[in-house]
Design a protein around this ligand. Structure first.
Ligand SMILES: Nc1nc2c(c(=O)[nH]1)N(C=O)[C@@H](CNc1ccc(C(=O)N[C@@H](CCC(=O)O)C(=O)O)cc1)CN2
Ligand SMILES: Nc1ncnc2c1ncn2[C@@H]1O[C@H](COP(=O)(O)OP(=O)(O)OP(=O)(O)O)[C@@H](O)[C@H]1O
Length: 205
């Protein structure tokens, strides 16, 4: 959709233009809010305990909201942090987004290749041989969703892979779904197609 394409370009330019120090401060505020909402959510949920929560998040690239401060706190609480990887069954197959659990050391020191190449599809057989195994989406208690743009109706625009439109329906109804974005990414109306899903909440700063 051409309108989505031009909107992405425009909003990504705005996101890239946020000064680095502002991005750090805003990201920290978003992470603080996210943790508050997460703790409130688990306290309100009858079948989620504060221990061993499974988090689906993303490895921030370029000017995305930096969710690393949230990861640090999550690890300190003993939670499981899972991050996306584009994977395919065969060389010619279409890639799909899968999630792997990563330790703090893997994220901050070892950096497996898929973290730094988020759009590159990796062969599942190779990933399995390296010890990576897909986490079933029904395990997630909290899902943190990146985006390019959003509007006041909480409609979201991503990078155009349709990955999150396929991911969201797989989550449990009691999974806390939170989009995260900078206020600069809000636009009057996100162009939509029938498959597009809105988010229940977007944490912004
Ligand atoms: N951090 C992060 N990881 C993610 C996603 C995401 O939106 N954010 N994805 C969600 O589906 C999947 C990967 N999809 C991607 C789709 C497009 C591009 C892409 O166009 N990258 C541009 C830079 C864009 C920018 O300016 O930020 C590039 O590499 O040039 C990257 C990843 C899984 N991992
Ligand atoms: N639930 C779905 N099932 C099958 N195809 C889908 C689904 N959702 C989206 N698609 C396809 O994915 C493509 C990209 O969709 P779209 O432009 O809405 O992505 P996006 O929401 O911006 O990206 P993302 O969700 O990856 O962040 C579209 O061509 C669409 O047909």
């Amino acid at each position: 959709m051409a309108l989505k394409e031009s909107t992405r370009k425009l909003v990504l330019e705005k996101r890239d233009a946020i000064p680095a120090d502002q991005r750090v401060k805003k990201s920290q505020r978003i992470c603080d809010q996210l943790m508050q909402i997460a703790l409130h959510h688990v306290d309100e949920s009858t079948n989620i305990s504060r221990n061993g929560l499974f988090i689906a998040a993303y490895e921030p690239m370029r000017s995305e909201v930096d969710v690393h401060p949230f990861f640090r706190e999550a690890f300190a609480r003993g939670w499981h942090v899972c991050l996306p990887c584009m994977a395919k069954d065969t060389e010619s197959a279409k890639a799909r987004m899968v999630f792997f659990e990563l330790s703090e050391k893997r994220i901050f020191d070892e950096r497996p290749a898929f973290l730094d190449h988020p759009a590159q599809p990796f062969l599942l057989a190779d990933l399995h041989a390296q010890g990576w195994h897909e986490i079933d989406e029904v395990l997630f208690d909290i899902a943190v969703i990146p985006m390019v743009a959003f509007d006041s109706t909480l409609m979201r625009l991503g990078y155009g892979g349709g990955n999150y439109d396929r991911f969201l329906p797989k989550l449990r109804p009691d999974c806390l779904v939170a989009g995260v974005a900078f206020a600069e990414q809000q636009i009057p109306v996100v162009p939509t197609e029938p498959h597009d899903l809105s988010l229940p909440r977007i944490i912004r700063a």
